[in-house]
Design a protein around this ligand. Structure first.
Ligand SMILES: Cc1cc2nc3c(=O)[nH]c(=O)nc-3n(C[C@H](O)[C@H](O)[C@H](O)COP(=O)(O)OP(=O)(O)OC[C@H]3O[C@@H](n4cnc5c(N)ncnc54)[C@H](O)[C@@H]3O)c2cc1C
Length: 318
C-alpha cells in the first residue's frame, strides 16, 4: 500500500509530488491528461504578475520550471499520465481509488489536487476512439514512429513541431489542418511544406478500422467537399485538451458549490483525504498558484507527521 496518492498534476499536484519525494514517501501522482501542468497550460504566454521572486514572468516560465523539476528520473516512476480517478472508497487502513483503466490504487492518504476539473484530450471523433491501438494524442517514444507513415491532425505548435521532427527522422508525414494557416515557427513551416504532405483546409470525415487499428483515414476539403483517403501506420491527434468538471469522488466528501470543504490543515470531511488548490474552498480562499502551493505545504506537513510522528521537519533534500 502506498503512503500517498496525489490526484491531479497541476501546480498543486506537482508540488505535492516534490515534497513527497523529498520526504521519502511512497506515492503515485495520477493525471487525467497526457501532460502535466493543469491550468498553467491555458496561459503559457500570459504575464503572471503575482508570483514571488519574479517581477514579470510568463505562465510557461513557471510551467517549464516545474516540469524541469519533474523531469528528474526520481519522479518518473511515480507519475501516471492519462489516468484519472473516478471513485474513492474508504477501507479499514486507508483508501482504494478506482482509475479509468479499471485498476485500483491502495493508499494510506490521498491529496486531491484536481483543480475542480480534469483536462482530457480533444477527440478526433472516430467511432470507438478510446479502443484504437494506433491513435494517440501525444508522442511517448518518438523512436517507435521513425520511418513510418504518419497521419497528424492539428495546426498548433505541437503538430508542427512533431511534423518537423518526423520528416527529419525518415517518416512519411501527412499533416491535416482545418484552416489554411498554421501556428508555429516560420522556418519549420516552410520545411514542413516542402517535405510533408500538407492538407488545408481539410477535416477528418471517416476511417477504415480493422481489429482496433486505423488502416486509413478519409479527409474532406471544407470548401470543395473533395474526399482524400490516406493509408497510415499511426494517427496523431494534436487538438489539445478540453476541460471536464470532476464529479464527486466519494459521496461523503462535503462540498460547497462543487468545491471540497477543507479544514485549516487542508483535510476534507473524510479523515485521511486532503485537498488543495483550485478545487477547494474555505473562508477567504484565493484561487492562485501561490496559495495552492502553500495549501500543499500545509497538507503535506500534516500527512508526514501522521505517517512518521518522530520525523523532524526538514527543509533539506533527503
Ligand atoms: C486564464 C488563467 C489565468 C490565470 N492567471 C493566474 C495568475 O496570473 N496568477 C496565479 O497565481 N494564478 C493564475 N491562474 C490560476 C492558477 O492557474 C490556478 O490557481 C492553478 O492552476 C491551480 O492549480 P491546481 O493544481 O489546483 O489545479 P489545476 O491547475 O486545475 O490542475 C488540476 C489537474 O488535475 C487534473 N485532474 C482533474 N481531475 C482529475 C482526476 N479525477 N483524476 C486525475 N487527474 C485529474 C486535471 O487534468 C489538471 O491537470 C490563472 C488561471 C487561468 C485559467
Amino acid at each position: 500500500m502506498l503512503d500517498l496518492l496525489i490526484i491531479g498534476g497541476g501546480p498543486a499536484g506537482l508540488y505535492a509530488s516534490h515534497l513527497a519525494s523529498n520526504s521519502g514517501l511512497s506515492y503515485t501522482l495520477v493525471e487525467a491528461s497526457f501532460e502535466l501542468g493543469g491550468k498553467l497550460r491555458l496561459y503559457e504566454d500570459k504575464p503572471v504578475y503575482d508570483y514571488p521572486g519574479f517581477n514579470d514572468t510568463l505562465g510557461k516560465t513557471i510551467l517549464n520550471q516545474m516540469l524541469t523539476q519533474m523531469a528528474e528520473s526520481k519522479y518518473n516512476s511515480h507519475i501516471k499520465l492519462m489516468t484519472s480517478i473516478g471513485r474513492i472508497e474508504k477501507t479499514e487502513d486507508g483508501f482504494i481509488s478506482y482509475t479509468n483503466h479499471q485498476e485500483t490504487i491502495a493508499s494510506k492518504f490521498i491529496i486531491i489536487t484536481h483543480g475542480g476539473g480534469m483536462f482530457v484530450p480533444r477527440p478526433l471523433n472516430i467511432q470507438n476512439e478510446a479502443t484504437l491501438n494506433n491513435l494517440y494524442y501525444h508522442v511517448k517514444d518518438a523512436s517507435l514512429y521513425e520511418g513510418k507513415k504518419l497521419v497528424m491532425f492539428g495546426g498548433g505548435d505541437t503538430a508542427t513541431d512533431w511534423a518537423h521532427y518526423f520528416i527529419n527522422h525518415g517518416a512519411e508525414v501527412h499533416l491535416i489542418h482545418r484552416r489554411d494557416d498554421f501556428r508555429g515557427d516560420e522556418s519549420l513551416l516552410s520545411e514542413i511544406k516542402v517535405n510533408a504532405n500538407v492538407y488545408t483546409p481539410y477535416k477528418f470525415s471517416d476511417a477504415s478500422i480493422t481489429d482496433h487499428t486505423v488502416e486509413s483515414v478519409t479527409i474532406t476539403h471544407l470548401k470543395t467537399k473533395e474526399d482524400i483517403e490516406i493509408t497510415c501506420d499511426h494517427v496523431f491527434v494534436f487538438f489539445g485538451t478540453i476541460p471536464i468538471k470532476t464529479h464527486p469522488l466519494n459521496n461523503d466528501l462535503a462540498l460547497d458549490n462543487s468545491r471540497l470543504i477543507v479544514s485549516t490543515s487542508m483535510e476534507t470531511s473524510l479523515q485521511g483525504i486532503f485537498a488543495c488548490g483550485n478545487g477547494i474552498t474555505y473562508p477567504g480562499k484565493q484561487s492562485m498558484i501561490i496559495t495552492a502551493l502553500g495549501e500543499v505545504a500545509t497538507a503535506m506537513g500534516s500527512i508526514i507527521y501522521q505517517l512518521y510522528p518522530d520525523k523532524i521537519p526538514s527543509y533539506k533534500r533527503l
